[in-house]
Design a protein around this ligand. Structure first.
Ligand SMILES: C[S@@+](CC[C@H](N)C(=O)[O-])C[C@H]1O[C@@H](n2cnc3c(N)ncnc32)[C@H](O)[C@@H]1O
Length: 256
Protein backbone atom coordinates (compact mmCIF):
# COMPACT_ATOMS: atom_id res chain seq x y z
CA UNK A 1 0.00 0.00 0.00
CA UNK A 2 1.34 3.47 -0.86
CA UNK A 3 2.45 5.88 1.85
CA UNK A 4 -0.38 8.24 0.92
CA UNK A 5 -2.99 5.53 1.37
CA UNK A 6 -1.53 4.41 4.69
CA UNK A 7 -1.65 7.98 5.90
CA UNK A 8 -5.28 8.32 4.82
CA UNK A 9 -6.22 5.09 6.58
CA UNK A 10 -4.49 6.21 9.77
CA UNK A 11 -6.23 9.56 9.60
CA UNK A 12 -9.61 7.93 9.01
CA UNK A 13 -9.27 6.00 12.26
CA UNK A 14 -9.49 9.37 14.02
CA UNK A 15 -12.54 10.64 12.10
CA UNK A 16 -15.67 10.38 14.20
CA UNK A 17 -17.90 10.51 11.10
CA UNK A 18 -16.45 7.24 9.72
CA UNK A 19 -17.46 3.69 10.70
CA UNK A 20 -15.22 0.96 9.34
CA UNK A 21 -16.68 -2.53 9.18
CA UNK A 22 -15.09 -4.59 6.42
CA UNK A 23 -16.10 -8.29 6.31
CA UNK A 24 -13.34 -9.27 8.74
CA UNK A 25 -14.76 -6.98 11.42
CA UNK A 26 -18.52 -7.37 10.92
CA UNK A 27 -18.19 -11.14 11.15
CA UNK A 28 -16.91 -10.81 14.72
CA UNK A 29 -18.32 -7.57 16.07
CA UNK A 30 -22.05 -6.83 15.83
CA UNK A 31 -22.91 -3.34 14.65
CA UNK A 32 -24.63 -1.92 17.67
CA UNK A 33 -25.87 1.24 16.01
CA UNK A 34 -28.19 -0.78 13.75
CA UNK A 35 -31.63 0.71 14.37
CA UNK A 36 -30.11 3.55 16.43
CA UNK A 37 -28.50 5.90 13.91
CA UNK A 38 -30.96 8.65 14.79
CA UNK A 39 -30.46 8.81 18.52
CA UNK A 40 -26.85 7.61 18.74
CA UNK A 41 -25.24 9.42 15.82
CA UNK A 42 -27.40 12.12 14.21
CA UNK A 43 -29.21 13.19 17.40
CA UNK A 44 -32.33 14.08 15.43
CA UNK A 45 -35.23 12.32 13.76
CA UNK A 46 -34.60 13.48 10.21
CA UNK A 47 -34.80 11.08 7.26
CA UNK A 48 -31.73 9.00 6.40
CA UNK A 49 -30.48 8.75 2.80
CA UNK A 50 -27.71 6.39 1.64
CA UNK A 51 -25.26 6.78 -1.23
CA UNK A 52 -24.13 3.24 -2.07
CA UNK A 53 -20.75 2.97 -3.79
CA UNK A 54 -20.09 6.58 -2.84
CA UNK A 55 -16.40 6.70 -3.84
CA UNK A 56 -15.22 10.13 -2.72
CA UNK A 57 -18.73 10.94 -1.49
CA UNK A 58 -19.61 13.87 -3.72
CA UNK A 59 -23.34 13.14 -3.52
CA UNK A 60 -23.26 12.49 0.19
CA UNK A 61 -21.55 15.80 0.90
CA UNK A 62 -23.30 17.77 -1.85
CA UNK A 63 -26.78 16.68 -0.76
CA UNK A 64 -25.95 17.23 2.90
CA UNK A 65 -25.11 20.86 2.14
CA UNK A 66 -28.34 21.32 0.18
CA UNK A 67 -30.51 19.61 2.80
CA UNK A 68 -29.33 20.27 6.35
CA UNK A 69 -32.54 18.65 7.65
CA UNK A 70 -31.77 15.29 6.08
CA UNK A 71 -29.06 12.83 7.18
CA UNK A 72 -26.72 11.30 4.59
CA UNK A 73 -24.51 8.23 4.81
CA UNK A 74 -21.97 7.35 2.11
CA UNK A 75 -21.10 3.65 1.85
CA UNK A 76 -18.12 2.15 0.05
CA UNK A 77 -15.46 -0.46 0.66
CA UNK A 78 -12.63 1.76 -0.59
CA UNK A 79 -11.33 3.78 2.33
CA UNK A 80 -8.87 5.97 0.47
CA UNK A 81 -11.68 7.37 -1.69
CA UNK A 82 -14.06 7.86 1.20
CA UNK A 83 -11.37 9.81 3.04
CA UNK A 84 -11.93 12.78 0.69
CA UNK A 85 -15.64 13.16 1.52
CA UNK A 86 -15.23 12.38 5.20
CA UNK A 87 -12.48 14.97 5.60
CA UNK A 88 -14.52 17.59 3.75
CA UNK A 89 -17.60 16.91 5.89
CA UNK A 90 -15.54 17.34 9.05
CA UNK A 91 -13.87 20.51 7.78
CA UNK A 92 -17.25 21.99 6.88
CA UNK A 93 -18.81 20.80 10.14
CA UNK A 94 -21.57 18.88 8.37
CA UNK A 95 -23.08 16.99 11.25
CA UNK A 96 -25.70 15.41 8.99
CA UNK A 97 -23.05 13.26 7.28
CA UNK A 98 -21.51 9.88 8.05
CA UNK A 99 -19.50 7.35 6.08
CA UNK A 100 -19.63 3.60 6.44
CA UNK A 101 -16.80 1.49 5.04
CA UNK A 102 -18.13 -1.96 4.36
CA UNK A 103 -19.21 -4.32 1.62
CA UNK A 104 -22.69 -3.39 0.37
CA UNK A 105 -23.49 -7.11 0.11
CA UNK A 106 -23.96 -7.03 3.89
CA UNK A 107 -25.57 -3.59 4.07
CA UNK A 108 -28.66 -4.92 5.85
CA UNK A 109 -26.53 -5.66 8.92
CA UNK A 110 -26.18 -1.91 9.53
CA UNK A 111 -29.75 -0.65 9.29
CA UNK A 112 -33.02 -1.95 10.70
CA UNK A 113 -36.50 -2.05 9.21
CA UNK A 114 -37.64 1.31 7.79
CA UNK A 115 -34.55 3.11 9.07
CA UNK A 116 -33.69 4.53 5.62
CA UNK A 117 -35.86 6.69 3.33
CA UNK A 118 -33.87 6.88 0.08
CA UNK A 119 -30.94 5.31 -1.72
CA UNK A 120 -28.65 6.81 -4.36
CA UNK A 121 -26.63 4.59 -6.71
CA UNK A 122 -24.07 6.86 -8.31
CA UNK A 123 -22.05 5.55 -11.25
CA UNK A 124 -22.12 2.03 -9.93
CA UNK A 125 -19.92 -0.54 -11.62
CA UNK A 126 -22.18 -2.12 -14.28
CA UNK A 127 -20.86 -5.59 -13.36
CA UNK A 128 -21.65 -6.84 -16.86
CA UNK A 129 -20.23 -10.25 -15.99
CA UNK A 130 -21.63 -10.61 -12.46
CA UNK A 131 -25.35 -9.80 -12.18
CA UNK A 132 -25.27 -10.79 -8.55
CA UNK A 133 -22.87 -7.93 -7.81
CA UNK A 134 -24.95 -5.34 -9.68
CA UNK A 135 -26.25 -2.86 -7.12
CA UNK A 136 -29.59 -2.60 -8.94
CA UNK A 137 -30.18 -6.37 -9.16
CA UNK A 138 -33.11 -8.05 -7.44
CA UNK A 139 -30.57 -9.65 -5.10
CA UNK A 140 -29.72 -6.18 -3.78
CA UNK A 141 -33.35 -4.97 -3.96
CA UNK A 142 -34.23 -7.75 -1.50
CA UNK A 143 -31.44 -6.55 0.78
CA UNK A 144 -32.62 -2.92 0.51
CA UNK A 145 -36.19 -3.91 1.36
CA UNK A 146 -35.00 -4.98 4.80
CA UNK A 147 -34.27 -1.39 5.83
CA UNK A 148 -35.71 0.98 3.19
CA UNK A 149 -39.14 2.42 4.04
CA UNK A 150 -42.08 0.95 2.09
CA UNK A 151 -42.12 2.62 -1.34
CA UNK A 152 -38.80 4.29 -0.56
CA UNK A 153 -37.07 5.97 -3.49
CA UNK A 154 -34.05 4.62 -5.32
CA UNK A 155 -32.10 6.97 -7.58
CA UNK A 156 -29.67 5.69 -10.17
CA UNK A 157 -27.32 7.97 -12.11
CA UNK A 158 -25.00 6.32 -14.59
CA UNK A 159 -23.07 6.62 -17.83
CA UNK A 160 -23.61 2.92 -18.55
CA UNK A 161 -26.19 1.98 -21.16
CA UNK A 162 -25.81 -1.62 -20.00
CA UNK A 163 -26.59 -0.89 -16.36
CA UNK A 164 -29.37 1.55 -17.21
CA UNK A 165 -31.05 -0.84 -19.64
CA UNK A 166 -30.71 -3.69 -17.18
CA UNK A 167 -32.20 -1.59 -14.36
CA UNK A 168 -35.08 -0.47 -16.56
CA UNK A 169 -35.91 -4.13 -17.33
CA UNK A 170 -35.60 -5.05 -13.67
CA UNK A 171 -37.97 -2.23 -12.71
CA UNK A 172 -40.50 -2.97 -15.48
CA UNK A 173 -40.51 -6.69 -14.93
CA UNK A 174 -41.35 -6.18 -11.27
CA UNK A 175 -43.82 -3.31 -11.81
CA UNK A 176 -41.82 -0.95 -9.63
CA UNK A 177 -43.23 2.56 -10.11
CA UNK A 178 -40.90 4.78 -12.16
CA UNK A 179 -40.95 8.36 -10.87
CA UNK A 180 -38.63 9.83 -13.49
CA UNK A 181 -36.39 8.49 -16.24
CA UNK A 182 -34.10 10.11 -18.79
CA UNK A 183 -31.38 8.71 -21.05
CA UNK A 184 -29.75 12.10 -21.47
CA UNK A 185 -29.89 14.06 -18.26
CA UNK A 186 -28.12 17.18 -19.45
CA UNK A 187 -30.38 17.57 -22.48
CA UNK A 188 -33.67 16.97 -20.71
CA UNK A 189 -36.06 19.74 -19.69
CA UNK A 190 -38.85 19.69 -17.18
CA UNK A 191 -36.93 19.58 -13.92
CA UNK A 192 -37.81 22.05 -11.20
CA UNK A 193 -34.94 24.20 -9.94
CA UNK A 194 -34.24 22.08 -6.87
CA UNK A 195 -34.11 18.80 -8.82
CA UNK A 196 -31.81 20.38 -11.40
CA UNK A 197 -29.47 21.53 -8.63
CA UNK A 198 -29.46 18.05 -7.10
CA UNK A 199 -28.78 16.33 -10.39
CA UNK A 200 -26.02 18.74 -11.30
CA UNK A 201 -23.82 17.47 -8.45
CA UNK A 202 -21.03 15.72 -10.33
CA UNK A 203 -19.04 12.82 -8.99
CA UNK A 204 -15.44 11.97 -9.84
CA UNK A 205 -16.53 9.27 -12.30
CA UNK A 206 -19.30 11.37 -13.77
CA UNK A 207 -16.85 14.14 -14.68
CA UNK A 208 -14.66 11.60 -16.46
CA UNK A 209 -17.52 10.12 -18.46
CA UNK A 210 -18.81 13.55 -19.45
CA UNK A 211 -15.33 14.48 -20.65
CA UNK A 212 -15.45 11.40 -22.88
CA UNK A 213 -18.71 12.65 -24.37
CA UNK A 214 -20.98 10.02 -22.81
CA UNK A 215 -24.63 10.63 -21.96
CA UNK A 216 -25.55 10.65 -18.33
CA UNK A 217 -28.66 8.62 -17.55
CA UNK A 218 -30.87 9.05 -14.54
CA UNK A 219 -33.89 7.25 -13.13
CA UNK A 220 -35.76 7.23 -9.87
CA UNK A 221 -38.22 4.57 -8.85
CA UNK A 222 -40.00 3.30 -5.73
CA UNK A 223 -39.43 -0.02 -4.07
CA UNK A 224 -42.59 -1.43 -2.41
CA UNK A 225 -42.07 -4.00 0.33
CA UNK A 226 -44.57 -6.46 -1.08
CA UNK A 227 -44.40 -8.62 -4.17
CA UNK A 228 -41.96 -11.25 -5.31
CA UNK A 229 -39.04 -9.87 -7.30
CA UNK A 230 -37.84 -11.70 -10.37
CA UNK A 231 -34.65 -11.11 -12.25
CA UNK A 232 -34.96 -10.10 -15.93
CA UNK A 233 -33.32 -12.53 -18.32
CA UNK A 234 -32.57 -10.55 -21.45
CA UNK A 235 -29.83 -9.77 -23.93
CA UNK A 236 -28.28 -6.36 -23.34
CA UNK A 237 -25.64 -4.78 -25.59
CA UNK A 238 -22.40 -4.51 -23.65
CA UNK A 239 -20.79 -1.12 -23.09
CA UNK A 240 -18.00 -1.18 -25.64
CA UNK A 241 -15.81 1.36 -23.85
CA UNK A 242 -15.24 -0.87 -20.85
CA UNK A 243 -12.93 -3.82 -20.69
CA UNK A 244 -14.60 -7.16 -20.21
CA UNK A 245 -14.87 -10.73 -21.33
CA UNK A 246 -18.46 -11.10 -20.51
CA UNK A 247 -21.60 -13.06 -20.97
CA UNK A 248 -24.41 -10.97 -22.42
CA UNK A 249 -27.20 -12.49 -20.41
CA UNK A 250 -28.37 -10.77 -17.31
CA UNK A 251 -30.05 -13.64 -15.43
CA UNK A 252 -28.72 -14.16 -11.92
CA UNK A 253 -29.23 -17.90 -11.96
CA UNK A 254 -26.52 -18.51 -14.57
CA UNK A 255 -23.85 -16.98 -12.39
CA UNK A 256 -24.72 -18.13 -8.93
C1 LIG B 1 -17.27 3.42 -10.38
S1 LIG B 1 -17.07 3.82 -8.70
C2 LIG B 1 -18.16 5.21 -8.48
C3 LIG B 1 -17.79 6.04 -7.29
C4 LIG B 1 -18.60 7.32 -7.09
N1 LIG B 1 -20.00 7.03 -6.85
C5 LIG B 1 -18.46 8.22 -8.29
O1 LIG B 1 -19.43 8.37 -9.05
O2 LIG B 1 -17.36 8.79 -8.46
C6 LIG B 1 -17.95 2.53 -7.90
C7 LIG B 1 -17.70 2.49 -6.39
O3 LIG B 1 -18.53 1.51 -5.83
C8 LIG B 1 -17.79 0.80 -4.85
N2 LIG B 1 -18.41 -0.53 -4.75
C9 LIG B 1 -18.81 -1.34 -5.75
N3 LIG B 1 -19.34 -2.48 -5.28
C10 LIG B 1 -19.26 -2.38 -3.92
C11 LIG B 1 -19.64 -3.24 -2.86
N4 LIG B 1 -20.21 -4.43 -3.08
N5 LIG B 1 -19.41 -2.82 -1.60
C12 LIG B 1 -18.84 -1.62 -1.35
N6 LIG B 1 -18.45 -0.77 -2.32
C13 LIG B 1 -18.67 -1.14 -3.58
C14 LIG B 1 -16.37 0.78 -5.36
O4 LIG B 1 -15.44 0.59 -4.31
C15 LIG B 1 -16.27 2.14 -6.02
O5 LIG B 1 -15.76 3.13 -5.16
Amino acid sequence: MSKGKLQKFAEMETFDNVFQYPYSVIENIPFEMKGHWHEQYFHNNNPIVLELGCGKGEYTVGLAKLFPDVNFIGVDIKGARMHTGAKQALAEKLDNVAFLRTNIEVIDRFFSQNEVQEIWLTFSDPQMKNPRKRLSSTFFMERYRRFLADNGTIHIKTDSNFLFTYTTHMVNRNNLPILFRTEDLYHTDGFDEQTRTILSIQTYYEAQWIERGLNIRYMKFSLPHNGELTEPDIEIPLDDYRSYKRNKRSGLQKHE
